[in-house]
Design a binder for this molecule. Structure first.
Ligand SMILES: NC(=O)C1=CN([C@@H]2O[C@H](COP(=O)(O)OP(=O)(O)OC[C@H]3O[C@@H](n4cnc5c(N)ncnc54)[C@H](OP(=O)(O)O)[C@@H]3O)[C@@H](O)[C@H]2O)C=CC1
Ligand SMILES: N[C@@H](CC=O)C(=O)O
Ligand code: NA
Length: 365
């Protein structure tokens, strides 16, 4: 018999986004006495904290408790078994970028666990995984939300879903979909002034928490390709994978064989001239270079890569890690619905996750 008025939260991943989420969760739990939110499981890749009798793990100082824990995370099917046997409903928060965790969503959903996540891997992996996730959710009634998988906390997924669900026809989606790429080009090739060195800006983007755990996943264009795969599927295109359309990589050929992200960052300064040449070519045409993506729904064409823009273009004059995403639809005609704002960073990403958690609570509690 499920305990009344209590919802268990299980968290996998406590890095940049995970830590910000924990502090938002603690504030939410303090603000909202009902349902009572209790942490029943938290792990990183090497440590875990949970009690076999489901007594809650305290949110006070949880990062430190987790770091000091001597419990190792059990294999995922075992974690799902433990959560599915909890004496109240469970929301699983995946704050990793792990494909293994993403692959376990169909099992978790089929066992009644709702999921909220900023992890793109489940929704941009194989089309079969996408179908399995939504079939499992529809069959069990467990919810799955992933607003922060595109545009961090910006309301990109919810807006696209509303457009589609209310019967509008999306014809094109285009813009800047990467906080890292936005930050890099806004600071390396600004509309005014000189700009910094490419490799130094890449290191800054990582230090600011904008990049993927391995920054090569941003620079090879795959992070943007994943986001476009998600949006294209929501707009009705059965895109097979993020590698099934043209994606431009900014990884120098000579560094493709680096075995770690750290080795790549160490060697990158020797290749700064390649990006300087790209910048100079745009300047010669009186323009600036930016990394953009687009989905043409009618022709089913998706593409990701560098383009040149006039300095006065809204894409050229973005600031910081801002994304700008334009939805062209039948209802909006030639004036697209535009969403703009920070597209990366721990707090804004965690906000999307916490917002999703609140949506799930309103449906299951
Ligand atoms: N940073 C941003 O601005 C944005 C991030 N996102 C997404 O948010 C997610 C988290 O990003 P971020 O916090 O920056 O990444 P971090 O690398 O800072 O944190 C990742 C966390 O996940 C843990 N982890 C990784 N693999 C596993 C696993 N198999 N099992 C358990 N724990 C695991 C890591 O543990 P350990 O340290 O032990 O490896 C770490 O605690 C990613 O999917 C990213 O794409 C989305 C939008 C914006
Ligand atoms: N690395 C990503 C993080 C958000 O998805 C980005 O820079 O946009
Ligand atoms: Na979003």
């Amino acid at each position: 018999m499920a305990a009344v008025n209590q919802v268990y939260i299980a968290i996998i991943g406590a890095g940049g986004v995970g830590k910000c989420f924990l502090s938002q969760l603690q504030a939410l739990a303090a603000r909202r006495p009902s349902p009572k939110l209790s942490l029943c499981y938290i792990s990183t890749s090497r440590k875990a904290l949970y009690n076999v009798d489901y007594s809650p793990v305290s949110l006070d100082g949880v990062t430190e408790s987790l770091a000091a824990s001597t419990q190792a995370p059990p294999p995922l099917p075992q974690v799902i078994d433990y959560l599915a046997s909890a004496p109240a409903k469970v929301i699983l928060v995946d704050n990793t970028s792990s494909q293994d965790v993403a692959d376990a969503y169909p099992l978790a959903l089929s066992r009644g666990l709702s999921i909220v996540t900023p992890n793109k891997k489940a929704f941009s992996g194989s089309y079969k995984l996408w179908q399995d996730i939504f079939t499992a959710s529809a069959t069990s009634g467990a919810k799955v939300y992933h607003e922060s998988s595109v545009g961090a906390g910006l309301p990109v997924i919810s807006t696209l879903k509303d457009l589609v669900d209310t019967g509008d026809k999306v014809t094109k989606i285009e813009g800047v979909f990467s906080g890292t790429m936005s930050f890099l080009f806004n600071s390396f090739a600004p509309t005014e002034g000189q700009g910094g060195k490419w490799s130094e800006e890449v290191k800054k983007a990582k230090a600011l928490g904008y990049t993927e755990p391995d920054p090569r996943d941003d620079l090879n264009g795959l992070d943007v390709a994943r986001k476009l795969t998600i949006l294209a599927r929501l707009a009705g295109l059965p895109v097979e994978s993020p590698t099934s359309f043209p994606v431009q990589s900014l990884i120098p050929k000579e560094l493709e064989a680096c075995s770690t992200g750290d080795e790549f960052l160490e060697k990158l300064p020797a290749f700064d001239q390649q990006m300087e040449d790209t910048k100079a070519a745009a300047e010669k045409a009186g323009k600036v270079v930016r990394f953009v993506g687009s989905i043409d729904v009618a022709t089913q064409q998706v593409k990701v890569g560098l383009e040149q823009f006039d300095r006065s273009h809204p894409i050229a004059s973005l600031k910081g890690s801002d994304n700008i995403i334009s939805f062209y639809t039948e209802r909006y005609g030639s004036n697209p619905l535009i969403i703009q704002g920070a597209g990366a960073g721990g707090d804004v990403t965690a906000m999307g996750v916490t917002g999703d958690l609140i949506k799930v609570l309103s449906q299951i509690a």
